[in-house]
Design a protein around this ligand. Structure first.
Ligand code: SAH
Ligand code: SF4
Ligand code: F3S
Length: 435
């Protein structure tokens, strides 16, 4: 039996897909294929955080329905499955089942039930998402919590993934040990709010916070690097920042989702912090770690965003000099607070697009200036990608998150090598191996 799976959205969805692949392989004997025409089961693991990908879903289902083998099944999983449920089957009768992001443990049941819809968000999937058996390389994703307890006004995720539950720390540690034994060197800890870890468990549990969890994981032999996504700026207290800075296994690059630089807009978004708090946290971090890499997510054109509000966002962009930026025009989503607001505060599409373009071009300029300043610096690079044929190179990430390409040298994937940056091309870094 062959499985074709398409995964959209964030790292949580990637991890969920890994689980479903492992489950379908061990319980039902499915092997992966890259060809949907060959598959007996086609899964789309969907994302609903913005409207556009969701609109594309139905044309995609139509395409798969046309090319699939007779008798092959189509299943829609993930966040769009959670929030549209049965409506998906009504709109697209070729779909055999719908499985929400909180219900992935039921994958091997639903494939046998025609027109099954499993989308409950109160369902406790927190220990299943922990099941083992998967293909591992040098890097692995590891869930530490599921769901999200925040109520950001624009965001559909709490509706699709339900309330936040932390996974017991002894399970996380024993899974991390197994991964280390199978050759994993770098762990990416996953949750919508990782630094709120420990707020709620579904079982009796000792008191532990995210800094404590980082300490426990970093004691594991073989795990060389720990990353995590996403932390929330509101929970970046001193204990967290100090653990982040001092723990030698924790990579010195961090995602700090800003969303907006305007305190007015942050309040309307219900982010729980102000521009000043955000900058204060960045300054604290940079005082502990002058070379820290910082990435962010920014939404432009949130309802009521004035030119002045947007200038505050630009101001934070210039002050922080982010290393990575994911930026989006606000997209109204059903089941969110801001969806219900009237049209009077809506930012016209042309204005929002112009703001996005300005934000992105300024960010590119900042990156290219920053890249020039990297020349001469030395980094430990974990090799993640190699090309052995003509034009050979190795490529990997430094501990502070910078991607560095090393031309004419072929290392092994998983090697950690010393590299000096020798020049920059735009925002990209080119280095040479220091022996
Ligand atoms: N838990 C993470 C975010 C998960 S959603 C956090 O709090 O940062 C990933 C990103 O999608 C968000 O950071 C946000 O920038 C973006 N996003 C979420 N809802 C959106 C919407 N309605 N319109 C545009 N972008 C949105
Ligand atoms: Fe969405 Fe906010 Fe939760 Fe992030 S913290 S997933 S933006 S509700
Ligand atoms: Fe998308 Fe769901 Fe992740 S909406 S961003 S796949 S949590």
């Amino acid at each position: 039996m062959k499985l074709y799976i398409e995964t959209l959205g964030c790292a949580m969805n990637m991890r969920d897909s890994e689980h479903m692949i492992a489950e379908l392989n061990s319980k039902e004997g499915y092997d992966l294929t890259d060809e949907p025409q060959e598959a007996d089961l086609i899964l789309i693991n969907t994302c609903s955080v913005r409207e556009k990908p969701e609109r594309k879903l139905f044309s995609e289902i139509g395409q798969f329905a046309k090319i699939k083998k007779p008798g092959a099944k189509i299943g829609i999983c993930g966040c769009t499955a959670s929030h549209m449920g049965e409506e998906i089957i009504k709109k697209a009768p070729s779909v055999n089942f719908v499985l929400g992001a909180r219900n992935i443990s039921k994958i091997s049941e639903v494939i046998h039930k025609n027109k099954a819809v499993e989308v409950g968000i109160d369902y406790d999937d927190s220990t299943y998402v922990f099941d083992t058996s998967r293909n591992t390389g040098v890097k692995a994703l590891l869930n530490i919590s599921i769901g999200c307890d925040k109520k950001c006004a624009y965001c559909i995720v709490p509706h699709t993934r339900g309330r936040e539950i932390s996974i017991p720390s002894d399970m996380i540690v024993s899974e991390a040990k197994k991964l280390a034994q199978s050759g994993v060197k770098e762990l990416m800890l996953l949750g919508q709010n990782v630094n709120n870890y420990g707020a709620r468990f579904s079982v009796q549990h000792k008191i532990i916070n995210f800094a404590g969890l980082l300490r426990e994981i970093s004691n594991i032999d073989g795990i060389e690097r720990i990353r995590f996504t996403s932390p929330h700026p509101l929970h970046m207290d001193d204990e967290f920042l100090e653990e982040f800075a001092r723990n030698p296994k924790v990579c010195k690059s961090i995602h700090m989702p800003l969303q907006s630089g305007s305190s007015n807009i942050l309040k309307k978004m219900r982010r729980g912090y102000t521009k000043e708090w955000y900058i204060n946290r960045v300054q604290k971090l940079q005082s502990l770690l002058p070379n820290v890499g910082i990435g962010t997510d920014i939404i432009v054109g949130f309802p009521g965003e004035s030119d002045e509000d947007f200038e505050h966002t630009m101001d934070v962009l210039r002050k922080v000099e982010f290393d990575t930026l994911y930026s989006f025009v606000y997209s109204p989503r059903p089941h969110t607070e801001s969806y219900l607001w009237g049209d009077e505060e809506k930012v016209p599409q042309e204005i929002a697009s112009a703001r996005l373009a300005k934000l992105q071009s300024t960010h590119r300029e900042i990156l290219s200036t920053k890249a020039k300043k990297e020349i001469g610096k030395r980094h430990q690079v974990l090799i993640e990608n190699i090309k052995e044929t003509e034009g050979s190179f190795s490529e990997g990430r430094s501990d502070n998150g910078k991607v560095i390409k090393i031309p004419d040298e072929v290392f092994k994937i998983g090697d950690i090598v010393s590299v000096e940056v020798i020049h920059s091309e735009g925002g990209s870094l080119i280095g040479k191996h220091i022996r």
